[in-house]
Design a protein around this ligand. Structure first.
Ligand code: PBG
Length: 327
């Protein structure tokens, strides 16, 4: 017996060919920015809590970037792992023109790979206390002094060949100050991708141990500047402020726990919206795969397509190179 159904949605799912035709969201390699860790050490080392992700010495970076470029990846965000001896309470190494990331970007630029190079703009890799800013005598983070350093650093980044800077610190007013500093130095074409709605997340742990940005990455408390995970209205306000201050791209971070914020941003703000699938989002999938409980490739793709479906135009993901073949 056959029901006389007016609708049989399953017809649209009945073959690979049909499913491909009606697929609403499709990831492509062009959606991705690959975060890259750079180290002063001489050999690449795998990050223990992020299997498959390495810290690269400047000397091996060129060849590695060529490989990634051949896979189709064209955008890279560099994160330095700074020698503890170069850290101080002011993070002064960030303004040293010969510091690790600046040497890295100069060596990459010389290769003419036709890529986008993004500098993460924040003090935490450089401060011995691990905060994204300089501290007042009472231990609180000094917003305005930090913004001044970030604005000066943006110019150092542009001089070193970075195409975009990505302030990831969540200080008030930094996007406007960075824009002004860049323009005053004639870097009007250097873009700002702003970590606008960045939440005080527990998913940053593996990143912090990767760059050694705190002695105990799990408990470093950034709640006086990063957003409270439950606050949607406050996230909207941060997005709007960075739009008004002149950011070129707005970012929501982490990604999967904040799909509502990504959706809001993509529907209400006329700028490209980036999402950052952070280290802990990577590690939890890899860990479950290791235990034999999940398949990392399929889960990574499902997570990423969900992030894109929510409205992300571009996605920072540690999976980008590992999934390149499946995109
Ligand atoms: C800090 C910064 C962090 C990340 C990128 N930039 C960590 C933090 O805020 O403590 C996290 C990225 C990740 O977890 O993958 N400026």
């Amino acid at each position: 017996m056959t029901y006389q159904l007016p609708n049989r949605p399953r017809r649209l799912r009945s073959s690979n060919a049909i499913r491909a035709l009606v697929e609403e969201t499709r990831l492509t390699i062009d959606d991705f920015v690959l975060p890259v860790f750079v180290t002063e050490e001489t050999k690449p080392s795998e990050i223990s809590s992020m299997p498959g992700v390495f810290c690269w010495p400047v000397s091996g970076l060129g060849d590695q970037l060529r490989n990634w470029r051949e896979m189709g990846i064209r955008a890279f965000a560099l994160f330095p792992k700074i020698d503890p001896q170069k850290k101080d309470d002011q993070g002064s190494e960030i303004l040293n023109r010969n510091a690790l990331v600046y040497r890295a970007s100069k060596s990459i630029k010389d290769l003419n790979l036709d890529i986008l190079l993004i500098a993460d703009l924040a003090l935490d890799p450089y401060t011995n206390h691990g905060h994204d800013g300089v501290l007042n005598a009472d231990g609180t983070v000094d917003n305005d002094r930090t913004v001044e350093i970030l604005a000066d650093t943006a110019v150092v980044c542009a001089n070193a060949g970075f195409d975009w800077v990505a302030p990831s610190d969540m200080m008030d007013g930094r996007v406007g100050a960075i824009r002004k500093a860049l323009d005053d130095s004639s870097f009007c074409n250097t873009g700002i991708i702003s970590y606008s709605a960045k939440f005080a997340s527990s998913y940053y742990g593996p990143f912090r141990s990767a760059i050694n940005s705190s002695l105990d990455g799990k408990t470093l408390d950034k709640k006086t500047y990063q957003l409270c995970p439950s606050n949607f209205r406050e996230a909207k306000r941060e997005l709007v402020l960075d739009f008004e201050e002149g950011a070129d791209v707005l970012m929501v971070k982490p990604a999967e726990p904040y799909l509502d914020v990504i959706r809001y941003a993509s529907q209400n703000i006329d700028l490209p919206i980036a999402a950052y699938q952070v280290s802990g989002e990577y590690s939890r999938i890899m860990a479950a795969d290791k235990l034999g409980w999940l398949n990392w490739e399929n889960c990574a793709l499902e997570s990423l397509v969900g992030i894109k479906r929510a409205g992300a135009d571009l996605i920072f993901s540690y999976f980008a190179d590992r999934l390149a073949k499946r995109l």
